[in-house]
Design a protein around this ligand. Structure first.
Ligand code: 5CA
Ligand code: ZN
Length: 415
């Protein structure tokens, strides 16, 4: 993918000895809050990227803003961060949409990826250091499959026409430890998320497709496994291992990805390296519209690009998302953006002209909230309370600059 230039974000110099020295987030695999990232040095994380067949909706935006908070919180703690993300730029839903609309699938993917990047930049989501497509990662996917073959977990189905390759995840070490799903729910989730439990010839219904042999009318690439294209889970496993190395800090995505996607990635990665894939698996909640999970396949969407076209301030869109804890499931309504616009206007006015309180106190509250499971609503409430508090004194230009810097580097809100 084309390199993605990171905007410069300020580092707040306000010192807050009372704020926690590490960030804790909820790890799905241990069902508890855990410290993530090293005490010093480099934090490495991977967030599952889009399948680019339709424009960025607020559910996507909510997920990438949630992980942007983790990125910013690590940086605010003085850590270096290496961030990798994929683009699922060849997969069934994308090919199906292109076929329906008569568009070239590569063009559809490129257009939608470009729109996603523009939306993310508007929302001040810091770009990944490695933004990598599935297509350009085919050599890494094939190399990973070759590395896995000696384990005996990679096999071809007996289908003379299409002898596709599968990975026997349920035979791999630690299968079931990411999502902790009871066995009876695994198969239905697998089906819902594009899996094929009933495919004849598989060793186990949950075994996942890793290399789909070429079909008439579908794109395919030459490889040592035969001509074909990569399956979904192996794409993220290969990209994460290539750009972050074994045993990185966090794999993230929406809660719909915990099973089977992150479960399969974890088993594939562990089977290849003999080490844990990620230290923690972190999941953001689902945003709904009209009573159902917002999704491209159902079409119940509110798009970031549409709100922007309507003249909504991207910082208000971001603030509307920050008003919900990243782990909660919630429903978008028009009231969300209106409340956020009013709040943004209040913040701007207060910081522009009002009396301000002690900046160390504000920074301590905001950092404490974010370092405690990325509690953005608590951080936002702390800003409200601090700006509205009695006892504020006349502020200097330096105070105003310090508040702006703090809100930008922690919450990504540019006043
Ligand atoms: N390409 C795969 C991941 S490898 C994929 O799931 N793509 S996606 O376009 O369907 O979703 C991109 C990201 O947005 C994923 O992390 C997904 O969990 C998240 N997401 C999708 N729908 C919602 C929603 N309604 N609310 C919150 N997050 C969502
Ligand atoms: Zn993924």
């Amino acid at each position: 993918m084309k390199a993605w230039q990171a905007p410069r974000i300020p580092q707040s110099v306000v010192e807050t000895p009372q704020a926690p020295a590490r960030v804790r987030v909820h790890d799905t695999s241990r069902s508890q809050l855990v410290e993530v990232g090293p005490e010093q040095g480099t934090a490495r994380f991977y967030v599952c990227g889009i399948t680019p067949y339709d424009a960025t909706h607020l559910g996507h935006a909510n997920t990438y803003v949630a992980f942007d908070l983790l990125n910013r919180t690590w940086r605010d703690l003085g850590l270096e961060v290496v961030y990798a993300q994929n683009v699922t730029d060849v997969d069934d839903p994308l090919l199906e949409r292109a076929a329906q609309t008569g568009q070239d699938w590569t063009e559809l993917a490129l257009d939608q990826t470009q729109l996603f990047r523009t939306d993310m930049e508007a929302l001040r989501v810091l770009p990944p250091d490695h933004y990598v497509g599935a297509v350009e990662s085919i050599p890494e996917v094939v190399a990973l499959l070759e590395r896995l073959r000696p384990t005996g977990l990679v096999y071809q189905v007996h289908d003379p026409e299409h002898p596709d390759w599968y990975f026997a995840c349920s035979e791999g070490e630690a299968f079931g430890t990411v999502a902790g799903l009871p066995a009876d729910q695994m198969v239905s989730r697998f089906s819902q998320m594009g899996g094929d439990p009933e495919r004849p010839g598989k060793r186990h219904p949950l075994d996942c497709l890793v290399w789909r042999m070429a079909r008439e009318g579908e794109p395919s690439w030459e490889s040592s496994l035969g001509r074909g294209r990569p399956g979904w889970h192996i794409e993220c496993t290969a990209i994460a291992l290539e750009h972050l190395g074994a045993h990185f800090d966090v794999q993230g995505g929406g809660s719909d990805l915990a099973f089977p996607h992150h479960e399969m990635c974890a088993v594939e990665g562990t089977s290849a390296t003999g080490e844990p894939f990620a230290s923690a698996y972190v999941h953001s909640g689902m945003v709904a519209l009209d009573g159902e999970k917002m999704s491209k396949s159902k079409g119940n969407l509110e798009l970031v690009s549409r709100l922007r076209q309507q003249g909504r301030d991207p910082m208000a869109i971001r603030l509307a998302l920050l008003d919900h804890h990243y782990r909660s499931d919630w429903e978008w309504t028009a009231g969300d953006i209106e409340r956020a616009e009013q709040r943004l206007a209040r913040w701007r006015e207060a910081v522009e002209a009002g009396a301000l309180g002690d900046v160390v106190e504000l920074a301590t509250r905001v950092r404490t909230a974010l370092r405690t499971d990325l509690d953005a609503p608590a951080a936002v409430a702390a800003v409200d309370a601090w700006l509205g508090a009695a006892g504020a004194t006349n502020a200097t230009d330096d105070d105003r600059a310090a508040v702006r810097e703090l809100l930008d580097c922690t919450l990504g809100i540019l006043l």
